[in-house]
Write a protein that binds this ligand. Structure first.
Ligand code: COA
Length: 122
């Protein structure tokens, strides 16, 4: 099973942005190797001019809903450790900290620690 989905928040979630502009994306990517096949990684992004309107929470809730209805066991994500907004959102949705990937991301010649977070079915 491989799953990728994109949602246009202004249509799918009744977020009134006044036009048909795509303002957010959510992507759940399933691992393809046999031993990892019960894992998926989620990513969200929201256009900056639409931040703090609940769209990110809405998108992540949709991904969690999808995960809960799937046969997947783990839903994981990675976030740069200084991204307090995103980490706060993920914690509030039940994501737990799994560990730090040191110097994992390189952005404009600088390396950043990345936090791995997950929701795992009991
Ligand atoms: C992270 C991101 C997706 C959040 O999207 P958003 O639409 O602004 O999020 P929401 O409006 O749903 O806010 C969700 C939570 O973020 C946090 N938050 C929002 N504004 C905040 C602020 N000014 N300061 C700190 N935390 C804030 C709060 O915990 C908020 O929870 P609440 O609903 O209880 O207020 C968005 O900032 C983004 O796309 N950032 C760039 C890409 C990125 O960082 N992606 C994640 C990489 S893993």
């Amino acid at each position: 099973m491989k799953v990728t989905f994109y949602l246009e928040t202004s249509r799918e979630y009744d977020v009134d942005v006044g036009n048909d502009e795509i303002v957010g994306l959510v992507n759940v990517r399933h691992y393809e190797t046999s031993r990892d096949k019960d894992n998926a990684t989620v990513r969200i992004t929201v256009k900056k001019s639409y931040w703090s309107k609940g769209i990110g929470r809405n998108l992540m809730n949709k991904a969690i809903e999808f995960f809960n209805e799937s046969t997947l066991h783990r839903l994981e994500l990675r976030v740069v450790k200084d991204n307090e907004r995103a980490m706060q959102l993920y914690r509030s949705l039940g994501f737990e900290e799994e560990g730090t990937l040191r110097d994992f991301h390189k952005i404009e010649d600088k390396h950043y620690d990345v936090l791995a977070m997950l929701v795992v079915k009991k």
